[in-house]
Every structure is written in C-alpha cells, then in structure tokens.
Design a protein around this ligand. Structure first.
Ligand code: NAI
Ligand code: NA
Length: 397
C-alpha cells in the first residue's frame, strides 16, 4: 500500500510504518549517544507509552539503563486498506529494536482507565518481571470512562470565568486568525479533571501496590505543563490547568501511599511540544511556532527525547536529591520559561500575522514535527513506494 498523509483538521488519518520506525530509531540513537544513565531504572512500566513523552520515556528507560519495559497504550491496529495509528507502528518498531538488542519489551493495547487493563498489566508484571521500579504515567486522552461509576467523562479545553480571545494559527495553511473561546461551566471543569486529573494515576498505583508488584524505593512520574502568561487563559488557568492542579496535588497523596516502601511520586513539568494532544488546543500552536523559532535561535531547543533524557539524567537519577520547585514539581521546562526566551516571544506575538509568521515563527518546523508524529517527512523513506508491511510482534496480537 502507498501511504500518504491524509489530514482532517488537527488529525492525520494515516500513518507510515517505516517512517514511524525511523522516528523510533532516531530516538534510540539519541539516548545511546548520551551513554548510560547511572542508577537508572531496570524494570519500567510506562502508561501512555506509544507516542509523545511516554514513548520517549520508554526509549530512555530501555536504552539509557537497559530497563525491561512494559508499555500500555490505546492504539488502532492496521486493518484492510487502513493504516494503524502511529503509536501502534511506533510500539511495533520499539519492540522489534528492543528485542533484537536483548531488552525485554512487551505491550498491552487497551483502555488504561479500565480495571481489566490494570489487572492484565499486573498479571504480566507478576509473570515476567516480578516488580517494577518506575511507573511513568503519560496518558493524554479526551475521554475516560470511570470504571467505578460507569460514567464517561469528556474533557474540554476552555477558559474559566470569561470568554477568551487571542490569536491562533492553522499550522496547515499558516493562516493567523483571532479565536474566541466561550468559558467552561462547572460540569466542564469537573469532567476535564476526571479525565486528565490524578484519580486514575492514584488508582493505578494503589492497585499495583496491593498486588505487591512495586519494588522498594519505587518512583512514579506524571507529566504536567505550566507555560507563560500568553497561554494561561486557555491552558494553566483553563479547564486543563485545573486538571493539572489536581494531578500535581495527587502526587503528594501517592507519595503518602508509597511511604512505607520508600517510594515517591513526582510531577515533571515539561516543555510545550508538538504532539497530537497539544495540536488540538487553540492558541498553543502559534505559541509553539514562536517558541521553537526563539529556542532554536538561542540553541536551547529540545524535542521529546531530549527532554526526557535530561529528566532522567539530570533530575530523577542523579544519586542525589531530586531537585524540585517550591511546589515539589520537577522542572524541565526551565529552558522554555527562561526570561530571555519569554520576553522575545511576547514581543514577536504582537506582530505575528499570516504575513509575518513565516518569518517570525517556525511554522515549517511545526508542520514538520506534526508530520513526523505520523511517520511522514522522515529522511530516507520513499513515500511513493509501497510501504513495507510491518509485522506486529506476536505478543501484541
Ligand atoms: P500523546 O498524545 O503523544 O500520548 C498519549 C498516550 O496516551 C499515547 O500513548 C496513547 O496511546 C495513550 N492513551 C490515550 N488514551 C488512552 C487510554 N484510554 N488507554 C491507554 N492509553 C491511552 O500525548 P503527550 O503530549 O505525550 O502527553 C503526555 C502527557 O504529557 C500528558 O499528561 C500531557 O498533558 C503532558 N504534557 C504534554 C506537553 C505537550 O506539549 N505535548 C507539555 C507538557 C506536558
Ligand atoms: Na505519551
């Protein structure tokens, strides 16, 4: 099958297996080039392991310190005439490489919010690893069915209190326009917290602990975002921000739960990056295109793998205290939030328009990163050729 990108709004309906494989390979090579993560994880569970920060976490655990990894994700298998979702190809590629390199890697494809998938994961840990020493929680989802109430919650990306108007960009066309987003109501806020807050993370850790599959001194990390004043109405002070407040508060509760085995829960605040999740938030793509341009000019730009590699080496596994901010959060958004970077973006923001953005911002870089998420625009892949069918590792079928 010849596979080309087919865009619909903020999503791409197709994904390319060989491009995905190249993308995974590039990330593996990056981590290998940095050498061993001394004292790094040996047995890792990654929830949300197939794309974005979760995939980078799996790769860093495996190739930084030789960790056995179990990845949980929710991805679409390929079917007659239809490609798989990108995370499926990424995971197939990861398992292929890891297994060839003598690293244990197995995956569970299903709804991580459900009790069934938690139980399957526990059974697999018991059977193959005994215990895990790190759990990365990196889910990004618009919907969650709470298994205890049966209620399905849908998250929204809205401001709170008043309508918010600002510029945004359609990164496919480069068109800069003004967008107005009506404020959320209380139900929207509660639903967004139910989907993207900390409850499911806490339930995972409670279930894993009850099952006895957590090693002494276990670590668990979830990912958060803060961002600048420019985006705060729609992000940190909006519905998603309320969910992140909840997630961050949950870290302390989980740490209490883990005290008797010496374990600890952290939230790491990461940099804004092009992922499927962030592309769907109005205003953010314009911010990211200015951010990328400014950070590339300053020589401090990072992608997901550089971020997570730095998280492991310079924050989590240093043989010393884990450095945190006054709210107990790990900060690897430090280079993004640097005053010089943010001052520059604020200045650029004022003059950003359809005409000026190609010059002021990194629209090309944004679009390229977006295509890369789906395995497109990867060097060395001929997209006019039939894509080689990738054989899904048996255990995943
Ligand atoms: P992503 O969309 O690339 O990855 C989401 C992962 O969750 C995928 O592996 C997907 O299969 C999995 N998933 C979704 N629903 C699932 C379900 N029901 N069951 C099992 N797996 C499911 O997202 P990204 O951007 O890597 O986000 C991960 C975390 O990082 C989120 O908490 C996000 O808020 C946070 N973050 C993202 C930033 C960004 O700019 N993208 C910045 C800072 C933090
Ligand atoms: Na992820």
């Amino acid at each position: 099958m010849i596979i080309q990108p087919r865009m619909r709004g903020f999503i791409c309906l197709t994904a390319h297996p060989e491009g995905a494989e190249k993308n995974v390979k590039e990330q593996i090579e990056y981590v290998k080039s940095k050498g061993t993560v001394e004292g790094g994880p040996k047995k890792a569970l990654i929830i949300g392991a197939s794309t974005g920060f979760g995939l980078a976490s799996r790769i860093t655990a495996a190739y930084g310190s030789g960790a056995s990894t179990i990845g949980v994700f929710f991805e679409k298998e390929p079917s007659e005439g239809k490609t798989a979702s990108p995370g499926w190809y990424n995971s197939a590629a990861f398992e292929k490489f890891a297994t060839a390199d003598g690293l244990y890697a197995k995956s569970i494809n299903g709804d991580a919010f459900s009790d069934e998938i938690k139980q399957q994961t526990i059974d697999l840990i018991k059977k193959d690893l005994g215990q895990v020493d790190v759990i990365i929680y990196s889910l990004a989802s618009p919907v969650r069915t709470n298994p205890r109430t049966g209620v399905t919650h849908r998250s929204v990306l809205k401001p709170i209190g008043q309508t918010y108007t600002n510029k945004t960009v359609d990164f496919h066309t480069g068109n800069v326009s003004e967008v107005s987003i009506a404020p959320a109501n209380e139900e929207d806020i509660a639903n967004t917290i139910a989907v993207m807050g900390g409850e499911d993370w806490k339930w995972w850790i409670e279930d894993l602990k009850k099952a006895g599959v957590l090693a002494d001194n276990v670590l668990t990390i979830a990912y958060s975002y803060i961002g600048p004043g420019l985006t705060e109405a729609v992000y940190r002070k909006g519905t998603i921000g309320r969910a992140k407040d909840d997630l961050e508060a949950t870290a302390f509760q989980i740490s209490d739960t883990l005290k008797d085995i010496g374990g600890k829960a952290y939230v790491s605040v990461n940099k804004a990056l092009v992922t499927q999740a962030s592309s769907a938030i109005p205003v953010i793509p314009l911010y990211i295109s200015l951010l990328f341009k400014t950070m590339k000019d300053a020589g401090t730009h990072e992608g997901t793998i550089e971020q997570i590699d730095r998280l492991f080496r310079e924050r989590l596994y240093t043989n010393g205290e884990v450095p945190t901010d006054e709210k107990g959060r790990i900060r690897i958004d430090d280079w993004e939030m640097d005053d010089k970077i943010q001052d520059k973006i604020e200045e650029l923001w004022k003059s950003a328009s359809t005409e000026t953005l190609p010059e002021l911002g990194d629209l090309k870089g944004y679009s390229h990163e977006f295509h890369k998420l789906f395995g497109f625009e990867m060097p060395g892949v001929n997209y006019d050729d039939d894509a080689n069918e990738m054989v899904w590792v048996d255990s995943l079928k």
